[in-house]
Design a protein around this ligand. Structure first.
Ligand code: FAD
Length: 293
């Protein structure tokens, strides 16, 4: 077989894209360049994260509102219940609804470092993401997405308890889950099987993180296993950012190809507000800008 890798990708893939709200004018320019570059890939939605502890409440809102005003993209606003009362969450939800936003990604959020790593709900707040989903669903008929963890959330008492939690979030009104990033396609497929066996039938989109910085990934990843082959792939590239980016794109695209061969057609990309990686990976996967199809 002389067909090169990726030559069999039919382009029957839907992508969604995740961005974070910019902290400075320069970062804002970078974000919007990335959005403009990636918009022709016709993402099914674009999501905007919410800073730890709700620290980006206004910036997330401003970014999402600009997406509504200036683009035809479908935005999804991340929202966490860390440090917020039910009333405050309700007001944030109303503002999104009034701005024309119909899709939220409902998350519990991480405890602030000052809490010693333990999540303590606001006295009048939601105790977990399932309660948040129920509260948001009761407020407005939002489309709601939630987080899922193929390698188990670090605070969960067991894999089964974590799966039960995902089921509660779906039963409370979530119509889609998006996974934490992972590097083992086996772990993802096993998770899909177990979710289905637990009666979870909503789509569970794989969250694809193009790794360009392994130490950052180690910090962010919680339980996510970093396979030896990935360590070896990036060994010696510390001072070669260009090569690192090329390797990262191929590694992520190959993982997507294996997911595709296992039946996956919807992919969620953590873009880190950069177009190049996601665009190159989509290109390898046969996804083409809409105008040139
Ligand atoms: P939950 O679903 O509430 O679960 C948290 C933990 O509590 C799990 O271990 C769960 O098993 C356990 N649990 C929940 N309910 C119960 C119960 N009744 N009994 C026993 N155990 C229970 N963070 C941000 O701050 N901003 C973002 O924008 C953001 N976006 C994200 C996007 C994705 C796709 C993912 C995967 C994560 C994101 N996060 C974000 C991180 C997320 O906030 C953290 O992982 C957080 O620690 C858990 O949030 P959750 O919504 O999964 O919580």
């Amino acid at each position: 077989d002389e067909e090169p890798l990726f030559a069999d990708m039919a382009g029957d893939i839907n992508v969604s894209l995740e961005f974070f709200p910019p902290k400075s004018d320069a970062m804002e320019v970078q974000l919007w360049e990335a959005i403009e570059a990636l918009a022709p890939l016709d993402p099914s939605f674009v999501s905007v994260t919410y800073g730890a502890g709700g620290s980006t409440r206004e910036r997330t809102h401003a970014t999402v509102a600009r997406l509504v005003r200036e683009t035809s993209l479908v935005p999804a606003a991340h929202l966490t219940c860390v440090g917020a009362s039910r009333g405050e969450i309700g007001e944030i939800a109303d503002r999104y609804w009034d701005a024309g936003v119909r899709h939220l990604v409902a998350l519990r959020g991480d405890p602030p470092p000052s809490a010693g790593g333990r999540f303590v709900p606001h006295p009048d707040g939601y105790a977990n993401a399932a309660e948040l989903v129920a509260g948001l669903a009761a407020r407005h008929p939002f489309e709601l997405s939630v987080a899922a963890y193929p390698e188990v959330h670090p605070e969960a008492t067991s894999a089964q308890a974590d799966l039960d939690n995902l089921k509660r979030k779906v039963d409370a009104g979530a119509s889609r889950a998006i996974t934490q990033f992972f590097f083992s396609t086996d772990a993802y497929f096993r998770f899909l099987d177990r979710a289905l066996a637990a009666g979870i039938t909503v789509p569970i989109l794989p969250g694809i993180m193009p790794v360009t910085n392994l130490s950052g990934i180690r910090r962010m990843g919680g339980n996510v296993q970093i396979p030896d082959w990935l360590e070896r792939m990036f060994a010696g590239l510390d001072d070669r950012p260009g090569s690192r980016a090329l390797v990262a794109a191929v590694v992520a695209a190959d993982m997507c190809r294996r997911l595709y061969n296992g039946g996956v057609r919807d992919f969620h990309f953590y873009t880190l507000n950069r177009a190049d990686q996601a665009f190159a990976i989509c290109q390898l996967l046969g996804v083409r800008p809409k105008e040139t199809v």
